[in-house]
Design a protein around this ligand. Structure first.
Ligand SMILES: *Cc1c(COP(=O)(O)O)cnc(C)c1O
Length: 464
């Protein structure tokens, strides 16, 4: 399988190059040249595989430049860190099925992708005799999942900037108690935007970037999308087995359109998904697009589901590419128009095609809290606020004609304040968190000063 960019200037590249490139060199996003099509007999044979076996079966359809035995080992290692034997179990509560994606080391769904990406980076760097220094800024979830993805890996150092005192205490402890020699936590005396601006500027210094072999772990890496395709299959098979249904629906709490795009790929491969329910919080650009064809950015505001506080969704261009009939010319034009006018052009036919695949709703903080409270009362199960956004949206727009699977993207203990507000009780901390506040910390505090950060990275970066 070869990969190409949505913008049309990069094509014919191998999977391993697509992983190392991240963002395509022409500014577009990388996609496979074709989406593998599964027959009914393929699906039948996949239905009883364990999670790692299923992951191997799906990934090898997209990867032909890593020997099968090596890929198998990478997958095994990536999911051995999950504390549930099924990796992503499906729990039935009332009328809905909850797909728990939070059994990885940082208790959020990003682990599913970043555990694999860390192992892939280490493997590919060793194979090419190279090294990499990862730099990123985080407001919470992505940074900790990235740190746990690459801790202890050879050939990689990671520098994660977070705004000092402005991430949740649990998130801060998760990050700073990782004391591996290749992990560097930097607490910036400033806001998340300050931290992000520093990272952007560092990446903009091309000489510095090259000299330090800088890399990123953002949500546009194709390997992240691919890893996420697997749990759609896994969950669909589990629910088909228990209900006898042929089709299912998924409700997906959405920010950067990465998770739900993986669902789109699964559907295009032939998994019988009737609809994908796209759930946003008050930052509703994506649900507006699905319902009205209006993709126009507004200001980001803070919500109780902070990992979805996003306006311009970095993975959306991938869907747009297919919607535009795989026409790079149109993508380039649309991106220019979006930059200039802040809106994306879509025809009525394209909107109605989108609505055949997706249903969407946006859910505000008040409804989020109410949903956590009601669900706890009715079923005894505690939803985290991101998952609650998905459940609330599904209640409004699901067809009701087939089983509904709601993606649970974080453990409720990660967002204890919202849960306490909804139920009157703080969620129980999972065993992995016990005693975390007693552990040794490793972090460096710095002013929001690009020169200071550059100097620190320079001192601690892996060098040739
Ligand atoms: C990142 C994240 C999301 C949103 O996922 P996207 O791929 O950006 O749509 C939802 N919930 C949680 C807990 C997350 O960390």
């Amino acid at each position: 399988m070869k990969y190409r960019s949505t913008r049309g200037q990069v094509s014919g590249i191998a999977f391993s190059d697509a992983v190392m490139m991240g963002l395509a060199d022409d500014g577009g996003l990388l996609l496979p040249e074709r989406i593998p099509q599964l027959t009914a007999s393929d699906l039948h044979q996949m239905a009883d595989l364990s999670y790692p076996q299923l992951a191997l079966n799906i990934l090898e359809r997209y990867i032909d430049d890593i020997p099968r035995a090596d890929l198998e080992k990478l997958i095994e290692r990536s999911y051995a860190t999950f504390e549930h034997p099924e990796v992503t179990p499906v729990i039935n509560k009332g009328k809905i099925h909850i797909l728990e994606l939070f059994h990885g080391p940082t208790l959020a769904f990003k682990d599913v992708a970043l555990q694999l990406l860390g192992n892939l980076f280490e493997y590919l760097l060793a194979r090419s005799g190279q090294h990499m220094n990862i730099i990123g800024a985080t407001s919470g979830d992505t940074g900790s999942a990235a740190i746990y993805g690459v801790r202890g890996k050879k050939g990689i150092n990671i520098f994660i900037l977070h705004p000092k005192g402005k991430v949740s205490p649990i998130q801060e402890m998760q990050m700073t108690t990782v004391t591996d020699a290749n992990v560097f936590n930097i607490a910036i005396e400033g806001t998340f935007d300050d931290a992000q601006a520093i990272v952007k500027e560092i990446f903009g210094d091309l000489d510095y970037k090259q000299r330090h072999a800088l890399g990123a772990v953002n949500s546009i890496n194709w390997a992240r999308v691919l890893a996420q395709v697997v749990y759609y299959f896994y969950a669909c098979f589990q629910v088909q087995k228990t209900t006898g249904a042929t089709e299912v629906e998924f409700a997906v709490p959405t920010g950067n359109f990465g998770d739900i795009f993986a669902g789109y790929i699964a559907r295009e491969m032939g998994l019988p998904i009737k609809k994908l329910i796209l759930a946003t919080n008050g930052n509703n650009i994506l649900s507006r697009f699905v319902n009205e064809g209006d993709y126009s950015a507004a200001e980001v505001h803070h919500s109780l589901s902070p990992s979805m506080d996003i306006q311009v969704a970095s993975n959306f261009e991938r869907y747009l590419f297919y919607l535009y009939g795989e026409d790079s010319g149109r993508i380039n034009k649309a991106m220019e128009i979006f930059k200039r006018d802040g809106v994306l052009p879509v025809s009525n036919a394209e909107l109605s095609r989108t609505q055949q695949i997706f249903a969407a709703s946006s859910v505000n903080d008040e409804e989020t809290i109410a949903t956590i409270g009601e669900f706890a009362e009715q079923t005894g199960y505690i939803l985290d606020p991101h998952t609650a956004v998905g459940v609330a949206a599904a209640k409004r727009v699901s067809s009701g004609s087939c089983p509904l699977i709601c993606l649970a993207t974080a453990h409720p203990a990660k967002f204890g304040d919202a849960v306490k507000k909804a139920t009157g009780k703080s969620p129980e901390l999972p065993a992995a968190f016990e005693g975390i506040d007693q552990l040794e910390r490793k972090l460096e505090t710095m002013p929001a000063d690009i020169a200071a950060v550059k100097k620190y990275v320079n001192q601690h970066a892996l060098k040739r």
